[in-house]
Each structure stands twice: as C-alpha cells, then as structure tokens.
Design a protein around this ligand. Sequence first.
Ligand SMILES: CC(C)(COP(=O)(O)OP(=O)(O)OC[C@H]1O[C@@H](n2cnc3c(N)ncnc32)[C@H](O)[C@@H]1OP(=O)(O)O)[C@@H](O)C(=O)NCCC(=O)NCCS
Length: 189
Amino acid sequence: MIDPAELTPPVAPVAPTRALDDLEIVPMRRRHIRSVLRIEVQSYPKPWTLGLYLSELALGSLRCYLVAHRAGEVVGYGGVMYLGPDAHVTTLAVAPEFHRHGIGGRILLQLARAAIAHGAENLTLEVRVSNDAAIALYRRFGFVPAGVRKNYYAEVKEDALVMWANDIQTDEYAERLARISAAQAGERS
Ligand SMILES: CC(C)(COP(=O)(O)OP(=O)(O)OC[C@H]1O[C@@H](n2cnc3c(N)ncnc32)[C@H](O)[C@@H]1OP(=O)(O)O)[C@@H](O)C(=O)NCCC(=O)NCCS
C-alpha cells in the first residue's frame, strides 16, 4: 500500500515564499477526498484511488490523515499508519502551485504530534532517493537515512531511501518540534 503512493516525479527547484497565515489543518474526511485526488494525480505517477483513501479512513484510530485547507480549498494532505511502536508516513503532498509556502512542514508537524500523542516511539518513511525537496523536509524533522530499498519504485526504476526519526517521545524531540513550530509561526507573522 505504501509502495505505489511513494512514487514521485522529479521535483523542480522552487524558491521559498511567504507562509500562508489563513491555513487550517484538520482531519481528512470523505468530503475532502475529491480535492485530495486532484493533488494526488499531480504529485504521484501512481496515485492512490478513491477506494484506497476510503479504506484508509475506515481504519479510524489505526491511521491519522490530515488535510491543509485555506478559503475552503484543500492545498495539501498527509498521513501516518501506526504499526506497533512505529508511525509510518504513508503520504505527504502539497498542491504544486503552493509548494514552498511552508504547508508540507506544517502538515508534517501535526502528523508528528499526532504520532507522539498516539504513543508511537519512532517515525519512519520511504522516499525516492532523488526527491531532494522531501528529503530536506524530513531531515529538518530529524529523519536520518537508515538504508536503501533497491528498485522499490519499480515503475520509475528508482530506489527508496528508508528514513527514521527515532525516540520521538523524548524531550529532545519535543524541543526539535517546538523549534520547528516557532520557526513556522515566525514565518507567518
Ligand atoms: C515534499 C513536499 C510535500 C514539500 O511540501 P512544501 O509545502 O513545498 O514544503 P515546505 O514549504 O513546508 O518546505 C519545508 C522545507 O522543506 C525543504 N524543501 C521543500 N521543498 C524544497 C525544494 N523544492 N527544494 C529544496 N528544499 C525544499 C526546505 O528545507 C523547506 O524549508 P525552507 O522553505 O525554510 O527552506 C512537496 O514538495 C510535494 O508535495 N512534493 C510532491 C509529493 C512528494 O514528493 N511527497 C513526498 C513523498 S515521500
């Protein structure tokens, strides 16, 4: 399930712009999925389907899916699945026209907080080895590379970098998230 969703096209360099101050991050509901799918097809070569999103949402507390919206428009989303002590980031995407406005970071911050509240000890994910934008974002959140899954994204013949942010229940990780949160608030003021 995670494998196809991680397939990503090359990300063109995008300069950072001012953060959006009218953004809200809320739990993903069925009514959001149509908008989510519009972003999904622009973000992934093998997009998740309506049925897959519905089945993920049906799993309730075993998952956490969030959307970012402004002025009634969904501009990004992300999710984690809980597997024992680990919270696995299954997807994270922002509408291309809103890249580099801090939205991906704000969604990931809320996902990390949700994982901590759920009791997860670690965060993990796979990302295309050439996805520099996402890797830079994940590093900011303390993810470090732990290995490579060869040809994980067979459709695009690309390897996956496996990344982990361990010990997310610690004070040290709480301080990291507090720094990220403060920086995000600073960008909006
Ligand atoms: C990865 C993705 C979600 C990032 O979302 P975003 O809203 O553009 O990211 P943010 O604006 O919150 O960026 C946060 C940080 O990530 C890094 N980053 C994000 N985009 C970057 C880019 N194009 N180049 C370099 N660094 C980038 C930077 O460190 C950035 O901080 P800064 O702007 O202060 O320098 C977005 O590029 C996307 O939707 N990509 C397509 C789907 C995808 O690849 N998802 C990841 C699957 S594993």
